[in-house]
Every structure is written in structure tokens, then in C-alpha cells.
Design a protein around this ligand. Sequence first.
Ligand code: ADP
Length: 548
Amino acid sequence: NLSKPIFAQDEMGRPFIIVKDQGNKKREHGIDAVRSHILAARQIAKLLRTSLGPRGLDKILVSPDGDINITNDGATIMSEIQLSNEVAKLLVELSKSQDDEIGDGTTGVVILASSLLDQALDLIEKGIHPIKIANGFDKACKIATENLELIADEVKIDTESVDANLSKDSDLFKAASTSLGSKIVSKCRDKFARMAVESVLNVADLDRRDVDFELIKVDGKLGGSLEDSKVIKGVVLDKDFSHPQMPKQVTDAKIAILTCPFEPPKPKTKHKLEVESVEEFKNLQEYEQSTFKRMIEQVKQAGANLVICQWGFDDEANYMLLANELPAVRWVGGSEIEEIAIATKGRIVPRFEDLTPEKLGHAGTVREMALGTTRDRILVIEHCDNPKTVTALIRGSNKMIVDEATRSLHDSLCVVRNLIRDNHVVYGGGSAEISCSLKVAEAADKQQGIDQYAFRAFSQALDVVPTSLAENSGLDPIQVLTSLKAEHVKQKNAYLGVDCLGNGTNDMRQQFVIETLIGKKQQFLLATQLARMVLKINDVIISGKDQY
Ligand code: ADP
């Protein structure tokens, strides 16, 4: 008998009992397994539901070592919770893939997936086979996404005058602003919306409708307030000039970007060097100095007036650089070196011998900037040869605000990017979901077989978005949903959604609450895919554990 306890003694002679019950633990098969998976998903969705929408609440996440993190971003919450259930882990992956592809709608996708599973459970209890339900969901999802295309609208992007998109009335600005509505930064929403639009437009290629996200860097820096955040057209480094007496600004900078050590050659400790007299020592010292001088000469001959170096140099080298009027920055990280090279159109030089005038990077100004009253300084490289690099510098009074603001800006950068790639939108506040729900319910009546059930279930699952939004805004969810559905049919208006902020109208088009069409479609597709996957699982086998 496996569960028979074994008595043992530890090294101090104290007795203890070993109960080997792993082998006897009952494994769940079939419908029981599906049921327990769905219950696990329900728990996760319950947690996330309260964060949805502009009135959604934030969560405090405490990491194992006590760091705290405040957020309402679905993907972040999901990535931080420690989960042991396998299906819950699938949901984490789900919000991650929505985040990677689209960057927004990460809470919505999880809630929708779990709601689909909830509905499926009812059908399973009725005795319908999970695969039949999954197939029905697939067909229903197709109808829903087709409906999304039908109700989609287009936003205007001014390709002639880029600045026109920065005005408060422009669609891009309004879209960015909407995506920030539910975040901590909503206080300075306009500022962040403008930052998002400005950053994306700066790197966007409007003719090809392409945005190179690599060129946008979001950099959080503690101190100041959110209002002090700004977009810098260039690169920001968390560094200062290597010597305090070097000039604080270099104009018309010609930059040597070095990845080799920039200091006098030092005898390496692993080689033995015998110095027997003072004379010899002096010679050695002179040799070192003259070599370093030659290095400085080389840099100057190439025409550089600023050195950015991946390595450090000691005080002596630093002093000599100052004496030779060659400002320098040391210990610049590898990825930053690459950014500088791209921005200034310079080459990364790994050896002094390779340094030539063509390999230098160019920037209009390189200046040190103080941050508030702290002693922290940053180095700003502006007016670079490649005008497309931008850095969004985010300031905030504490780390949690800076982190959450960084995440929020990322979301709205994604929204603007998605709109530039594809300017089709659907309206939010649950209006798109209600419209699709009605459409799928209508299609259900025309179905002959079991699909009818699956279609109805799908249609009801979509209701979770408007009901959660209503719930989070303190409204009566059922009443809101039923009256909205009735109005959709009566007015033939697919843009009616939950008036979360109490603006007095349910027309989301008037309120300009938009979501990108690709984002919404992706939500539907991913959620359906996940539901399908979970419904098909009827056993969990954990490798390495004896379960029989
Ligand atoms: P997600 O992480 O899924 O993007 P959010 O917390 O940003 O979640 O909430 C997005 C949901 O809130 C969407 O369904 C969107 O339509 C809705 N929403 C956003 N702003 C408003 C608003 N002002 N009025 C009504 N609904 C809104």
C-alpha cells in the first residue's frame, strides 16, 4: 500500500512520518478535467474583470522579494501572478500574445476567453461533447469577426501635415488619449497622448504605413512629476561627461564610438614585468603616457570632438582627456552604443587603427541635463543625423508611477502604431461586442444542429465585456445590457456602448471611444482559439511524477 506512512528519524534523532501520497493522488480525466480547468480560468478572470475599462481598479502586485508594482494592465498582472494551474498558465500566454501582437486589449482577451469557457461548461453539463462546442465556437467567431469588419469605421490620418495629427481634434490624438483613460496617467492624459502621437509619427513612414518601433525608446527616470515627461528627438543616456570640468555641452558633435578600452596600456598582472630601477619605472610611465597621447591624437586626427566609450578609463586617463580638451563619456552599455550609432549614423569602432573621419557619428548637440534638484544627470544627444530616433522620457515621483506610466505609454504607442498600419477601428465600451453578440444570436436561429447551442453560448459569452464595464462603473449590468441590446436593434446603431464615464450618451462614436479593428479581431480569435484548446484537453500528465 503506497499511502502507508513510513517512520523515520532525522539526524538529531527526532522521529517524523513520511506519507507518500503522490502516487495515490487521483488524476482527473475527461469531463472532470475540463470542468476543473474551466473553474481555474474563472478565478483568473474574476481577478481581472475589476480592472477592465476606464473605471477599472488597479492592483498591487507584490513580488517574492517584496517589491511592489501598481498596475491595471492585464498582461502585467498576469505575468506577475504565481500560478500552479496549467490552464491558468495558458491564459497568461494568451494575454502575452495579445500584448506582443497588438499591445492593447490584454485584459479584455482573458475575460472573453474565460467567459467562453464558462458558457461551454453549461453545454458540457447538458451532455454536449466538448469538440462539438469548440467547432461551433469557431464558426460563431467567424461570424463575429465578419460583423466587426462590417461595423468598422475609418479614422483620418493626415499624411500631408504631420503636425496636424498632434492637435487635440485629430483622430490619432483622440485614440491615444482614449487608451490612456483607464490608467494612472489619466491626470495628464493630453500630455501623454501627445507624446505617443509625436513619438510614433517621428519614426513612422506614412507612405509605406510602417512604424519601426525599434527607434522609439521609452525611458523612465525617477524624480519630478508626470508633467515633466517629454519627448526628446534623439538619444538619452543615463551618463554624464567623464570629468566634472569638461564642458557640459558639445555642439556640432563628431562622435567617435569606441568599443575598445581607451586608456594608457597597462602591464597586465598575469605577465611578469620586472622593474629594477627608478629609471626603468619612469621610462615605463613615460611610455604609457606617450602611447595614450598618441591614442588621443588619433581620435583628434579623425576629426572627433567627443568620445563615447564602452569601457571605462582611470583618473589619469580622464585627466589627460580633459587636458587635451577631448570630452568623453565612459561605461556606455552595448545596446546604448548601438542606439547612438544608429541615431548619429556613425560606425562602432572596435580598434583605434580603424578610426577614420567617415566612421564618426554626427549630432547637433550633446548636452548634460540636470534632473530637478537631484544630482542625477542625463546626457541628451539631439539633432542627430538620423532624425528618426526618439526617446520618451518619463518622469514621476516614485518608481511605481514611473513604471506604470511607462507601461501606459507603451499601450498608447501601440494604439497609434496600429492605427497607422491600419486605420480601421471599431467603437469600444462594449458596443462592438453587443453588435456581434446580436449577430451571432441571429445566426443561431438559422442553425440546424448542435451548433445552435454553441452559437448562443458564444453570443452570451460576448456580453461579458459590456456587463463588466457597467459593473466597474457602478451601473446595473443586466439593465444596461438589456437596454443597450434593445436600442441596438431599435435604432439600428451598432455604436451604442456603456457610458462608463457618465458623459450622457451611449453613442461611442460621439464619445470617440475607439479600439483598433485588428486589435478587436485578434481578441476574438485568440480567445476562441484558447477556448478550443482547453476544451480539447481531457487529461494532464506531469512528466517526472509517478501518477499511476
Ligand atoms: P485592456 O487591457 O483590455 O485594454 P482596459 O482597461 O484598457 O483593458 O479597458 C478597455 C475596455 O474599456 C475596452 O472595452 C474599451 O472599449 C473600454 N473603454 C475605454 N474607455 C472607455 C470609455 N471612455 N467609455 C466606455 N468604455 C471605455
